[in-house]
Unconditional design. Sequence first.
Length: 257
Amino acid sequence: MKKVLEDFKNGKITIDECENHIKANNILEFDGIVRFDSSRQLRTGFPEAIYAESKSYEDLLLIIKNYFKSQKENLIITKLSKKRFNKLSKDLKYLEDDGITFDYNIHGKTLVLRTKPKIEKPLAKIGIITAGTSDINVAEEAKVIIEEGGCSAVTSYDVGVAGIHRLFPEIASMIESDVKVLIVCAGMEGALPSVIAGLVDIPIIGIPTSVGYGVGEGGFVALNSMLQSCAPGIAVVNIDNGFGAAIYALTIIKAFL
């Protein structure tokens, strides 16, 4: 971009040519299968992320290889199985020669290909609560994203309404530690965000999880329950969307910095 602007300043290119060059540099196209937003970090303050689950292994490998030919920012891969991570870590081992490290969260199925260290001084604290242990994988995905976004995650797992006495001391502890936003993951009937919204005065982001059976199978009962909550102050993301919940929490934090 600097070279393009210098060429325009020196009269080597027109204003229209300058605009076209900048637009072209914002989008990286790899073999016709992906158009990569190379300016996302500058525009949003958050690194690019790749959803791995529905991509072929060959396409995923191609995207990562091409990304690091032109980018020096961290890259996040979400919904990445342990089997695929093991294969990627072998096929991309050469990246370690360039100082790129592999930081894989096995519970959250999230990989950070790291060119830069984590932010040492967090912007704020964000709480993550799960109703059950079966919701932890979604919570851990959110945790990775929160930490990559420059905040610290305070977690409390398995404190759902089936044993609601477990919840109250955890909520008190989080409020005392000054968390600014709460992410609440729940499957089955999805009641936990509503309960917590009646106890606190900070924003709550509900994540319905696909934990359930019978009428609750797939997480749709939990989703509808959270959307229908009579407790104010709850935003709801899609089923199992730890990534989206974390991004929204970070957006709330950064809006007030």
